[in-house]
Design a protein around this ligand. Structure first.
Ligand SMILES: Nc1ncnc2c1ncn2[C@@H]1O[C@H](COP(=O)(O)OP(=O)(O)OP(=O)(O)O)[C@@H](O)[C@H]1O
Ligand SMILES: [Mg+2]
Length: 268
């Protein structure tokens, strides 16, 4: 369904000049697959998702969606083809009510209140409290995040991309969210890409891709990749924080194992 080939994304920084964010990423999302992208903070996951959704224009490489080259296509045209994207930090829409947003997302101007409420309850929101709320600054971060996820669910796109859907979501709603993802996996033949650090989301992946420093560090089935990731999630981020080293993996403890092995190239 989706094929990313040798993707590059550079930005021009006032002080540093051209900075490479994504160096050379190739990946495939087959039809009907549930792909989870994970890896350390700042590795380039959100930038990759934004290149796929059309928010960022890549500086090199190619993106094919159902065999069509979409590399230079606008966000709107990609959305029309069937790609939807839920941001890590969702956008607020002053003046638009939650019900309007769900109607827009579903493409059904006649969407019933009942169907809209169904989408909201799937992300753990009590529909009657939210359906007529404005999608503005009065919503909390977690509420806004869940409403955005509900709108992507309503779209039923061929390819849905969620950037850290768990961010800011409480434990109770998180369980609902996992159920919603499992339901989409069972009931649609579309593909889902989720960027996540959460074990429970990694556990329902068909394929896991680890992105680090703008490259694919590891990629394979859940059975191949997950065991190497578990148990050490705290080792890397705390070490990386504030590090000035070019090769930050030097600061990993010798016995970190798991995620640390990825970072030291142990699984290459
Ligand atoms: N417009 C930009 N200008 C400068 N640097 C940028 C820009 N966009 C992203 N970056 C940098 O690129 C790197 C990758 O960012 P990105 O948001 O893609 O990471 P991520 O893997 O999603 O991280 P996280 O897990 O924290 O969400 C980071 O170091 C970030 O600071
Ligand atoms: Mg991110």
């Amino acid at each position: 369904m989706l094929s990313v080939r040798n993707l590059k994304y550079d930005v021009v920084d006032e002080d540093q000049g051209e900075v490479g964010i994504i160096h050379d990423i190739s990946m495939e999302v087959p039809d009907g697959q549930f792909v989870v992208i994970t890896g350390p903070n700042g590795g380039g996951k959100s930038s990759l998702a934004k290149c796929i959704a059309g928010v960022y224009q890549p500086t090199g490489g190619q993106i094919l969606f159902e065999d069509q080259d979409i590399t230079s296509m606008s966000i709107t045209d990609r959305a029309k083809l069937g790609i939807s994207f839920a941001f890590q930090q969702p956008v607020r829409f002053k003046g638009i009510e939650v019900f309007d947003l769900l109607k827009l997302a579903s493409g059904d101007k006649q969407l019933s209140v009942g169907s809209a409420c169904q989408y909201l309850s799937e992300v753990g929101l009590c529909a009657k409290d939210y359906i007529n709320r404005e999608v503005d600054a009065s919503l909390s971060g977690g509420e806004l995040k869940r409403i955005e996820i509900a709108s992507v669910l309503a779209r039923k796109s061929r390819l849905s991309i969620f950037d850290e859907p768990e961010a800011g979501i409480d434990l109770w709603s998180f369980s609902n969210l996992i159920k919603a993802f499992e339901k989409i996996k069972r009931e649609t033949n579309g593909s889902i890409v989720i960027i996540s650090h959460q074990e429970r989301i990694l556990e329902i992946a068909d394929t896991i891709i680890v992105i680090e420093k703008g490259r694919v560090k590891a990629s394979g089935s859940r059975e191949e990749i997950l065991p190497g990731l578990l148990g050490t999630e705290s080792a890397y981020p705390s070490c990386r924080q504030g590090s000035q080293n070019e090769d930050e993996s030097d600061c990993l403890p010798d016995n970190a194992g798991g995620m640390a092995d990825f970072l030291k190239g142990g699984l290459e």
